[in-house]
Design a protein around this ligand. Structure first.
Ligand SMILES: C[S@@+](CC[C@H](N)C(=O)[O-])C[C@H]1O[C@@H](n2cnc3c(N)ncnc32)[C@H](O)[C@@H]1O
Length: 192
């Protein structure tokens, strides 16, 4: 059985967002490639990119097409993908550069889904986090949350408000959602 955690919890929605007739998809910061393998089927060809040699080695063992490189500088086809997604990774990168690059890699009519983490910066942010804490804790225990050993992790620096306003500027019309299990998601369609 594959593992479950609060990133994996978003996979179902991500898979639902794959456009029909998706020829090419890209998962940015793919880690061990769990989502890449799930996307294979809904998308004809899926590539995962991650800069961690350990994660890419693990991903290749389990199967799929992977690039070991920094997403911001890797040689990738401009307007080459019908679907680009990224889970729990954009806070590791320069946010504006990452969103702009994902946008530019999408074909016209293509779809972008970004799942991320933001830091609490206001009373309202803290109220939401504190209210959700017992639910998050219980779900994690019940679902036996775990993940691959050695997965690179870091705390988010940007607040929810900063994430939202930057995304709205770079991706006009973007849909933002805040999820109970401490993640937000952005969904955007590139005009055709
Ligand atoms: C918290 S992990 C999330 C992995 C996976 N998406 C998941 O949900 O399990 C963040 C991943 O982003 C990768 N990463 C960080 N900076 C990157 C960069 N500049 N280019 C590509 N990958 C990067 C890390 O190596 C790590 O595997």
């Amino acid at each position: 059985m594959p593992y479950w955690n609060t990133n994996v919890a978003r996979h179902r929605d991500i898979l639902r967002a794959v456009p029909a007739q998706c020829a090419a998809a890209l998962d940015v910061g793919c880690g061990d490639g769990l989502l890449v393998r799930k996307l294979t089927g809904p998308a004809r060809h899926v590539t995962g990119i991650d800069k961690s040699p350990e994660m890419i080695a693990r991903a290749r063992e389990l199967g799929g097409t992977f690039i070991e490189a920094d997403f911001l500088t890797a040689d990738l086809p401009v307007e080459g993908y019908d679907f680009v997604c990224s889970v729990a990774t954009v806070h590791h990168l320069d946010y504006e550069a990452a969103l702009s690059r994902m946008r530019d890699l999408l074909r016209p009519g293509g779809r972008l889904v970004v799942v991320g983490l933001a830091r609490e910066a206001s009373v309202a942010d803290w109220a939401v986090t504190i209210a959700a804490a017992p639910i998050v804790r219980t779900v994690k225990v019940v679902r036996r949350a775990s993940g691959p050993e050695g997965m690179p992790a870091m705390p988010p620096q940007m607040s929810d408000a900063e994430v939202r306003s930057t995304a709205a500027r770079l991706l006009p019309g973007v849909r933002y959602r805040r999820h109970v299990l401490r993640r937000y998601s952005l969904t955007w369609e590139k005009p055709g």
